[in-house]
Design a protein around this ligand. Sequence first.
Ligand code: 13P
Ligand code: SF4
Length: 305
Amino acid sequence: MAADINQTIEVIKNLRERYNAVILAHLYQQAEVQDIADFVGDSLGLSQEAAKTDADVIVFCGVHFMAETAAILSPEKTVLLPEINAGCPMADMVTAEALREKKREYPDAVVVCYVNSSAEVKAESDICCTSANAVKIVRSVPADKRVLFVPDRNLGHYVGIQSGREIIYWDGYCNTHDKLTAEDVKKAMAAHPDATVMVHPECRPEVIELADQVFSTSGMIRFARESDNREFIIGTEMGILHQLYKTAPEKIFHLASDKLVCPNMKATSLEKVKWALEEMQPRIMVPDEIREKALGAVERMIAVK
Ligand code: 13P
Ligand code: SF4
């Protein structure tokens, strides 16, 4: 079994070199997929990496919207999503048509779209954000404008509180993070009273209220490394535990609930990465007229300092 994995890893490394490919992996990916990647990070870090790489091929180990964002930023590159069915249920909760309708209701609002959205939805938006920069992006909107925030109601709520801005929410949510309840967190806190509670802003407002820290996935990694605390309760998808233990092996991390699993993020395997590089598919492409408009929203996000 181990020999098989080592053989697969060897083949992937050879193909990566032969095709001048770069492998990007989100922090929720399976441990062995993270370990083969050239870069492991959160949505913001991955999109920045996709924008600056000089590789010819990007193998995106994540979900569909992430690979699409890479294709928006680098149309000349071949962008592969090893598991074509790895979608994001939250991203599917808003369509371009539904958003156009909402914009007619609020014609003066500035549309901020979470990067967890399709290229068509990005194309209908004024500016993108990720969980790492959402508060900064909303603060960059002119003060006399209301913000229409799509599709995550939990992130929208958090950003509204942090920025003090009036937000019109969309009723979308992540069905992994939204499963985490305040009861789950209280139970974990009772079991580990010395632990620092870190949660992702895709969690429900009552969960966020209980937390000591609210971070994107890479924010959690940074904080765990730099903090003097030794013990943490983690309110995000379980795949992050792999990098947390790699980064701070002397510390202890408790997942706030064993419900915190995103099946879409777990759908990519080493075998699929190998197959994608052998076959140069499944390839993610965005039609030009959508891509150009979506690029504006992504570039405006990257430009906010
Ligand atoms: P970040 O990695 O940007 O924190 O996002 C989490 C997520 O749910 C991505 O799908
Ligand atoms: Fe989408 Fe949630 Fe999975 Fe992230 S964790 S990909 S937001 S369903």
